[in-house]
Design a binder for this molecule. Structure first.
Ligand SMILES: [Fe+2]
Ligand SMILES: [Fe+2]
Length: 470
């Protein structure tokens, strides 16, 4: 078991104490991080004991330790999956060469850009979620929110370690800027669109952790293949934490669907709103918004940057080992271009379509979640089917941003879009209604009117366990 050294100011398994220069850089950054957490992280609750898990070892079975922690005292640190010096680069022009333990000079700028882009999403999501603690539907959910928040904070640490350790002065400057940008700030926003969207209610939070954190999963899977070994090992460990975030989103929406289905069965013909539940079609509109916005995060269909990242061995494909051709030169990729108002299927070199290749995996994974949700009304005896919007729906990046497409991906005109948009995307009234339900429930074992209890608690605790001491 590779234990984490907690005797140090910055817990780590990277032998920080033997690198005084790095240690100083990180210790300089730490007070600014705490300031950021206090000013842009969860509002209040900093004096409350929260039942959180902390990484104590980086081995698969021993990394999660549960105990009461006050969030500002959380042991954020630097944990890399243990590596072997034998690792080879798995794809691109450098396939089969020894993985890099230092930054490859010719790719330095691309690599820094990849790390900064990933890093920027971590504090952004904490900022987006900062007010949600006040309206948590239960102590169980409150605890899950804070678990996600502290782990996104740790993901920032993980990326800042790479910047400080491997990029010198410009790395330190980038690390400082990561604490200066703010989600949704007009002058100094976060880098990627979805991470500037407001996430003001819990239905949004669950959609975010389902769809936006899932983008994180696939970006991390692609970076976990990187020929730059410290990045690959960092991302592998982050993926273990990411799984919980996705669980929170998928089961969270599932519990909202369950509650609504129960109300529908108990009160046939009635509007579920009267019983403080959320209509299923409203949930679908939230899904349409967050799924389409998060689909944008993969970038344009055809991208020379994506080709360069792959060619250079910096960013691979998710599950790269499942492919036979690690050069991605043999088989072309068929993509529906949208040019001059027309859809046109074209075969392009796969390297240029790497964004689309990753997006394919993302969509497959999303569909599994939709299937999971569809079993819930079915089991309750309610007829309703959830759908994932087509990848062309409501896009603001790439070819499809230039046109209007319906939920099935059919090209439509502006007038049709305008007449349908209120059925497809959340309306001001939807947001208003959801907001009206955001009344905190703080009694142990109790849940707000709009969400069912989970089948089991966290870490084998009961559902009425005191997950947060308020
Ligand atoms: Fe993260
Ligand atoms: Fe996450």
């Amino acid at each position: 078991m590779t234990a984490i050294d907690y005797s140090q100011k910055i817990p780590n398994n990277v032998n920080l104490s033997s690198d005084k220069r790095l240690q100083r850089a990180l210790e300089n950054w730490q007070p600014d991080y705490i300031d950021w957490w206090q000013s842009a992280g969860p509002t209040d609750f900093s004096q409350n004991d929260i039942y959180l898990r902390t990484a104590v070892s980086v081995e698969k079975d021993g990394w999660a330790h549960f105990d009461y922690v006050k969030m500002p005292d959380y042991r954020w640190g630097i944990f890399l999956e243990p590596g072997t010096s034998e690792r080879k680069i798995g794809f691109g022009d450098h396939a089969e060469e020894q993985a890099w333990q230092e930054v490859p000079g010719e790719y330095r700028n691309w690599l820094r850009r990849l790390i900064v882009t990933q890093a920027d999403t971590e504090p952004a999501s904490v900022e987006q979620q900062r007010l949600l603690g006040h309206s948590a539907p239960s102590l169980y959910d409150l605890r899950n929110l804070f678990q996600v928040n502290v782990e996104e904070g740790r993901h920032l640490w993980a990326m800042v370690y790479l910047l400080h350790s491997y990029f010198g002065r410009d790395g330190r400057e980038e690390a400082a800027e990561l604490l200066e940008r703010r989600s949704g700030n007009a002058d100094h926003p976060r880098i990627l669109g979805t991470f500037n969207e407001p996430c003001g209610d819990w239905l949004s939070f669950f959609c975010f952790t389902m769809f936006t954190d899932r983008d994180g999963k696939f970006q991390l899977l692609a970076l976990a293949e990187s020929g730059f070994d410290p990045l690959a090992r960092t991302c592998r460990f982050m993926l273990t934490e990411e799984a919980h975030h996705l669980f929170v989103g998928q089961t969270g929406i599932g519990r909202v669907i369950k509650r609504t289905s129960e109300v529908m069965v108990e009160n046939p013909g009635k509007d579920v709103r009267e019983y403080g539940a959320i209509p299923l079609d409203l949930i679908q509109r939230y899904i349409n918004f967050w799924a389409s916005s998060s689909t944008d995060l993969y970038g344009a269909e055809i991208s020379s940057n994506a080709a360069n990242f792959f060619r250079s061995g910096l960013k691979g494909r998710a599950y790269e080992t499942r492919y036979e051709d690690h050069q991605a030169l043999e088989v072309p990729y068929a993509v529906d271009r949208f040019i001059d108002g027309k859809l046109d299927r074209q075969e392009v070199p796969m390297r240029n379509a790497m964004n689309e290749v990753l997006r394919d995996e993302y969509i497959k994974d999303n569909l599994k979640g939709i299937n999971y949700w569809n079993r819930i009304p079915e089991k309750e005896g309610v007829e309703f089917e959830f759908h994932l919007p087509h990848r062309r729906f409501n896009r603001t990046i790439g070819d499809y941003a230039a046109g209007r497409f319906d939920l099935e991906g059919q090209l439509i005109d502006e007038a049709t879009w305008n007449s349908k948009v209120d059925e497809w995307l959340p309306t001001p009234e939807d947001y208003e209604f959801v907001k009206s339900l955001m009344i905190p429930e703080r009694e142990r074992g109790k849940f707000a009117s709009w969400i069912a209890a989970p089948p089991r608690g966290i870490n084998s605790q009961n559902i009425d366990f005191e997950y947060a001491k308020l």
